[in-house]
Design a binder for this molecule. Structure first.
Ligand code: PMP
Length: 440
């Protein structure tokens, strides 16, 4: 139990004990932490008793909102029944079997098996490793390079940070590793040439990628990683034609397509998967975050038939499949994820997102005429408001003072509220954000 005296000193204690990601650590030592102690639905409360709308679902993840009793209960029951068991050496347990079956049944493209990990970073790392394993099995060991987008975010292990196209994941960390290449972000309004149509823009970007592939040699490229809609890069929805052309190019050169759906899976874009929204047919698909509504760490890598057959065959030749992680398919995490997917279905979460998206995006679009706003982008319950003035941080701070937690990504204010947000909470989010903009 924390006593009220301790509460006063929590920020100071934090500053002396905890390292924070995406935080200026020297500023943090002076400023201290905002300490959040509880949450319910889309709301969180700090230790001063102030309430906020958590319009970022934490880090794009707490899809069912805070305080979900069913998820807490299922974790409690599973911990008592079988708290842990590994999947190594032919062992398994009921929750992981049911979860894998469920994921296979809802996958947006034909998938053969599911590999589990704990975080999105790990699952992307495994996708990169499985791509290498696959190409070795196919007798093409020289296919080692990866392509992804500038400003993409694929995580922060050594491989997934190399896949990420953001400088903060690289600078002074000696990354990206060689063999990880980044191409132009498919952000039409930012990168289009004067007078260029969306179609011409898409064709130009894909032609550039083709030139890169040909220059490197197609036989050296293992896989192309995409986020169907880019999240942490500032909410970028590529033009429809872009993925159509890109997929044709990858097929032509036999390059694997990995869809990183860590943010977009499970309803966020108005379909169960962002791959469906953006008409993508991945060979490998990564999901995490909303898979358990963030109640417990778990991620999944869906493996398509072509890749799986080769993996199975090669592991037979080698005598075992050498990828293993202690918490792969953890029973408690699996049980919570399975219950999460049940709740999405019972609560018709995809329909709810579709119902609410016009008001959610419309209310932000309505702010386009605000002198501080340059562009409003988004899809489903995912949006970015790019400011005209380079005052992202100030805007996020003002929003917080108005009781609204958002994230500034450069000049873009990101919104990714829990999927269970109500129409009146969406209105309140808009009102609070409008007040923050007015204060700029
Ligand atoms: N991919 C995407 C698209 C992400 O947004 C994130 C995290 N924000 C990751 C991967 C990494 O996931 P994790 O932080 O769980 O490792």
């Amino acid at each position: 139990m924390i006593h009220s005296n301790d509460l006063q000193s929590l920020p100071a204690r934090d500053a002396q004990a905890v390292v924070h990601g995406l935080t200026n650590l020297s500023v943090h030592a002076q400023r201290g932490a905002s300490v959040i102690e509880s949450g319910h639905g889309v709301w969180v409360r700090d230790i001063q008793g102030r309430e906020y709308i958590e319009a970022m679902s934490g880090l794009w993840c707490i899809a069912l909102g805070y305080g979900n009793e069913r998820l807490a209960d299922v974790a409690h029951r599973q911990m008592k029944q079988l708290a842990y068991y590994p999947l190594t050496n032919h062992k398994s347990h009921p929750p992981v079997i049911a979860l894998a079956e469920k994921l296979l049944s809802i996958a947006p493209a034909p998938m053969s098996r599911i590999w589990f990990a704990s975080t999105g970073s790990e699952a992307n790392d495994c996708a990169a490793r499985l791509s290498w394993y696959y190409w070795n099995a196919m007798g093409q060991p020289q296919r080692r390079q990866f392509i992804s987008h500038r400003l993409a975010y694929h995580g922060n292990t050594i491989a997934s940070a190399s896949l990420s196209g953001v400088s903060y994941a690289h600078d002074r960390f000696n990354l990206p590793l060689p063999g990880f290449m980044h191409v132009t972000t498919p952000h039409f309004t930012r990168h289009a040439q004067p007078g260029e149509s969306e179609e011409a823009f898409s064709d130009r970007l894909v032609a550039d990628i083709e030139r890169l592939i040909l220059a490197q040699g197609p036989q050296t490229i293992a896989a192309f990683f995409v986020e169907p809609v880019m999240g942490a890069g500032g909410i970028v929805v590529p033009p429809a034609r872009y993925y159509e052309r890109l997929q044709a190019l990858l097929k032509q050169h036999d390059i694997l397509l990995v869809c990183d759906e860590v943010v977009t899976a499970f309803g966020r874009t108005g379909e169960m998967f962002g791959s469906t929204t953006m008409k993508l047919q991945p060979d490998l698909l990564v999901c995490a975050k909303a898979l358990s509504s963030a109640y417990i760490p778990i991620s999944a890598l869906m493996i398509g038939p072509k890749v799986y057959q080769a993996i199975e065959r090669q592991s037979g030749e080698l005598g075992l499949f050498g990828l293993t992680m202690t918490y792969s398919g953890h029973p408690v995490a699996s049980a919570v994820a399975l219950e999460t997917l049940k709740i999405y279905e019972e609560e018709r979460i995809v329909d709810h997102v579709r119902d609410l998206a016009p008001a959610f995006l419309g209310g932000l679009q309505a702010l386009s005429s605000h002198p501080q706003v340059k562009e409003v982008r988004g899809i489903g319950l995912l949006a970015g408001v790019e400011l005209a003035t380079g005052q992202g941080r100030e805007c996020a701070r003002f929003a917080e003072e108005e009781g609204l937690i958002v994230r500034a990504i450069g000049d873009t204010i990101a919104f990714c509220p829990p999927l269970v947000i109500s129409a009146s909470e969406v209105d309140e989010l808009h009102r609070r954000f409008a007040r923050a903009l007015d204060r700029l």
